[in-house]
Design a binder for this molecule. Structure first.
Ligand code: PRP
Length: 173
């Protein structure tokens, strides 16, 4: 049995996405930006964010998994789809729904470091601090959450709850 407790409402998400998009558009004014979304969880956040940007933007994706089907990080990164855009000379913004242990972002920044981008920054909707094992530099952060298993707005539990429009704490009872 489980229950869902609301953590971040759709109104707060919408306001935050608008705020982040405004900051990013200002910071990258006069440049073209490549958004790199980390599948699968990011698909809702990146589509909302991309549509609010007012600068020329390309979008690409990478598919990484760090969790398997469990709620605890396995400490292992598996890449099943790489970025296809030539990043040479481009400004890159990694977009993530959540940073938890930091393993995924740490791995990805190293993976992209050799691709010739002029900059690689990070935008995460939720910075969850409870299980951080690797320090990662975050440039744009939507919300800080201390702990709890979060689902909704792209976040899943074993494939469930991804398409909820708000972020919930999944409480297993
Ligand atoms: C989640 C999330 C991040 C990663 C963060 O993805 O979307 O990519 O975990 O965790 P970390 O900081 O501990 O590495 P997940 O592996 O669950 O795959 P999914 O996006 O397909 O749900």
């Amino acid at each position: 049995m489980s229950k869902l407790e609301l953590v971040i409402s759709r109104q707060r998400i919408a306001a935050k996405v608008t705020h982040l998009a405004r900051r990013i558009s200002q910071d990258y004014a006069g440049q073209e930006l490549v958004l790199i979304g980390v599948l699968n969880g990011v698909f809702i956040f990146i589509s909302d964010l991309a549509r609010k940007l007012t600068i020329p933007t390309r979008v690409d994706f990478i598919r990484l998994a760090s969790y398997g089907s469990e709620s605890a990080s396995s400490g292992r990164i598996e890449m099943t789809k790489d970025v296809e855009t030539d990043l040479e000379g481009r400004a890159v913004l990694i977009v993530e729904d959540i940073v938890d242990s930091g393993l995924t972002l740490h791995w990805l920044k190293n993976h992209l470091a050799e691709r010739g981008a002029i900059s690689v920054k990070t935008c995460v909707l939720i910075n969850k601090l409870e299980r951080r094992t690797l320090p990662v530099e975050l440039d744009y952060v939507g919300f800080e959450v201390e702990k709890g298993f979060l689902v909704g707005y792209g976040l899943d539990y074993d494939g469930q709850h991804r398409c909820l429009p708000e972020v919930y704490h999944l409480v297993l009872t």
